[in-house]
Design a protein around this ligand. Sequence first.
Ligand code: SAM
Length: 359
Amino acid sequence: MPDPRAQRYAQALALYERNDPGAAALFESLLAEDPAHVAARYKLANLRKEAGALDAAMAGYTEVLRRDPAHAEAMNNLGAVLQMRGDNAGAENYYRRAIATNPGLAAPAANLGRLLQTLGRIDEAARVFSDALERGLDAGLFGHLLDAASGHGSARAPVSYVRETFDAFAAGFEQHLVGELRYEVPRRLAALVLGDNEGGEGRRFDILDLGCGTGLVGDALGAVAASLVGVDLSPKMLEEARRKGRYSALHEADILEWLVSAPRDRFDLVVAADVFIYIGELERVFREVARVLRKAGKFGFSVETCVDAPWRLLPTGRYAQSDGYVLDLASRNSLRIGGRVPVEIRGGVPGMLYFAEKC
Ligand SMILES: C[S@@+](CC[C@H](N)C(=O)[O-])C[C@H]1O[C@@H](n2cnc3c(N)ncnc32)[C@H](O)[C@@H]1O
């Protein structure tokens, strides 16, 4: 005879993994009957954290740790909640405890190193990343973070780094970026590429969204799309975009690999919102974007800005490009820059929006 509580937990877990909002109520009802169900309590705290209910998330993780003091994932996530609330010392303490409790867990090492980087403690961050590499943790992820901390990096972020970063971030992405950091790049890029929508009110476009993530560009441009194709490396981000039902096709692929195999003259608009922060050197991307655009087709994209090099890997693990580099790339690829607007990309990070037209 199957245990009804185990069945209910399995059902709640299936909803949780599909990001179905019904999961929270099932975990709650399970906990009402069985308050000692630590796994249900932990998942419920995760749902609270992703929904931005930080007090409830903190209370949940604290209770998990009271019942199971060696729950390293709860320590890590409690650290993340404290960091979101601005308590960096508390966050550092919990990340370190999580690493000491389970040195095989990647998340607290990545979180601790990133926190130390943002606090300017770059040498300590580098040590956290190199220790993680020595323990045999993900070489793509920690190799890239170590490169960033030591200031010399490869021309783009490794596939595994991008995939893991965004798979982990997908469920809370819009709440964090749009809700907390007032992220507006997709909406503003859409306004820039559409301009006065020459060709009339009813004109529809074939649109390519590079690094589409959860589909915020689709939200902004869906109404003028004849077709809307999204490409992204993160399956979890793509799942969120798929749920919105705006895209005619979504491809799990690297931008450059996908572009190289796409037909020439296929799109009227190509958009890359907050994606070139993961690709430093953009030579081949620009060449391929120009190839897939129709004549007079438009390309809207954003970059974080740097001034002292064509492109640079920053201690944050993201890339920045200089205005001169972008203008040079555009002119060498028959892309006439029609507009550029300085912006705050997210939470005070300086950047630039560009709009170019294929000559
Ligand atoms: C900061 S998010 C922006 C998402 C979306 N464009 C928006 O503005 O909301 C960056 C996205 O680019 C994707 N990405 C980064 N590098 C990529 C690459 N080389 N190929 C495909 N997708 C990539 C990530 O998986 C992530 O979903």
